[in-house]
Design a protein around this ligand. Structure first.
Ligand code: PMP
Length: 420
């Protein structure tokens, strides 16, 4: 594929930082190398000595002097090799992408949000048409809107983006002309394939295949933002876009936020090497790298657990969220039947509710819900045009207890009845 046509001028202009390249070289060199090159500080001057982090399973992760020195020092911009290597093996096992390792690359980002922001900045120019299935993650809208692009919403339902609707949207352009100078055909399609935020929607294998085929036809890249991949309640998990990516047109963002820790800020971007290399150049010039400390903390845990231990942990997390989902649905059935509509999510942590007879939930939430001591996110936060009235609200089933969720929906039912 010719990736040059996808790059913004800003991204194309990025050059490797000579100092960063030296830092990476130095970290791969034998200890006998005497380097006067790097401008790194001397860790002997740092006040921290060692760390021991107790695990809930009774074990612990110990940072001895040597690991501590690494954890406190600058590290390579693409991510620490011990973490990257582990994740690459896990990704091979889970997705088995058809592209070769030489064609594909992965880098660590400070949460998937950093990855998304940098991917968009790499690919989206002012005036570009960008496809997505709105309502969508507000963080994505926040990253995309300032780029001055034209967001085109592709209709979706509880199974995510509808391929027929995408075909219809794309029919405005002739696939034979997308490479012509001045073509306005979209080059980027963004979607959340599992447990969508806010809709809870999850795409089927068949839909992904059809969307991928359309991306091939119109030579588009797909940004697969999949932080809820590990929160799919039913097995077998649906194959990812990455697993179908014969051409190298998928940029996938993974996140450890929902399964290990959101505060450690560990995410990953996987995709065609020429594009991930550009993301890394951007990292070189911004954060330089994700915190060495948190990367090593996660890496030590993953090496201790192994793949089986990791998957075992994931299964426990899934059990928790499935039980939470079931509790929320039980309470929705109990209190909101006839007052609201919803689909039962098969992944993630959100329920998307359409309140009947409430044309704009913004007013309801902002003016009345707080009085009744129940808080939900008004749906317009996830719409391309957030000023338009929206009858939806997003309810999260991640944090509250079943009793609290039940009481929250009882209060919501009173609110809706009052508004009718
Ligand atoms: N994408 C989606 C769809 C999300 O819901 C979130 C978190 N709310 C993110 C990306 C960002 O997650 P993080 O940066 O913590 O990995």
């Amino acid at each position: 594929m010719n990736y040059a046509r996808f790059l913004t001028a800003v991204s194309a202009a990025r050059k490797p930082s000579p100092i960063r390249v030296l830092t990476e070289l130095q970290q791969r060199s034998p200890p006998s190398l005497i380097s006067l090159a790097g401008g790194v500080p001397n860790p002997n001057t740092f006040p921290f000595q060692s760390a021991s982090i107790a695990l809930k399973d009774g074990g612990s992760i110990t940072f001895d002097d040597a690991i501590m020195r690494k954890a406190l020092q600058y590290s390579a911009s693409p991510g620490m090799p011990e973490l990257l290597g582990w994740m690459k093996d896990m990704q091979k096992r889970l997705h088995d992408p058809p592209t070769t390792l030489a064609q594909r690359e992965m880098c660590v980002t400070s949460g998937s949000q950093e990855g998304l922001g940098k991917v968009f900045e790499m690919l989206v120019r002012p005036g570009d048409n960008v496809l997505l299935d709105a309502p969508t993650y507000s963080g994505t809208l926040a990253a995309l809107k300032p780029l001055g692009c034209n967001l085109i919403s592709v209709p979706s339902d509880q199974h995510g983006m509808i391929p027929g609707a995408l075909r219809e949207v794309l029919s405005r352009w002739d696939p034979a002309e997308v490479h012509q100078p001045g073509s306005t055909a979209p080059r980027v399609l963004y979607t959340i394939p599992n447990g969508g935020n806010p809709t809870g929607a999850s795409m089927t294998t068949q839909r992904k295949r059809e969307v991928y085929e359309l991306a091939q036809r119109y030579d588009m890249l797909i940004v697969e933002d999949d932080p809820y991949y590990f929160l799919q309640f039913e097995k077998p998990w649906v194959p990812t876009f990455l697993s179908m990516d014969v051409d190298g047109r998928i940029l996938r963002t993974d996140s450890f936020s929902k399964i290990l820790s959101s505060g450690l800020r560990i995410g990953f971007v996987t995709g065609p090497k020429p594009l991930v290399d550009r993301v890394v150049l951007h990292i070189q010039a911004s954060t330089m790298h994700t915190s060495s400390f948190t990367q090593l903390m996660v890496s030590e845990l993953l090496h201790r657990w192994g793949q089986e231990g990791f998957l075992h942990h994931i299964n426990e997390v899934i059990d928790f969220y499935r039980t939470q989902r079931n509790a929320l649905i039980f309470s929705a059935d109990k209190w909101l039947k006839g007052l609201a509509e919803w689909h039962v999510p098969s992944a993630g942590m959100f329920l998307w509710l359409r309140l009947k007879g409430v044309p704009d939930t913004m007013k309801l939430v902002m003016e009345k819900a707080l009085d009744k001591e129940v808080l939900l996110v008004p749906g317009n936060a996830f719409m391309i045009d957030s000023s338009e009235p929206c009858p939806y609200v997003r309810a999260a089933f991640s944090l509250s207890t079943p009793q609290q969720m039940d009481e929250a929906f009882r209060r919501l039912s009173l609110l809706i009845k009052e508004a009718l």
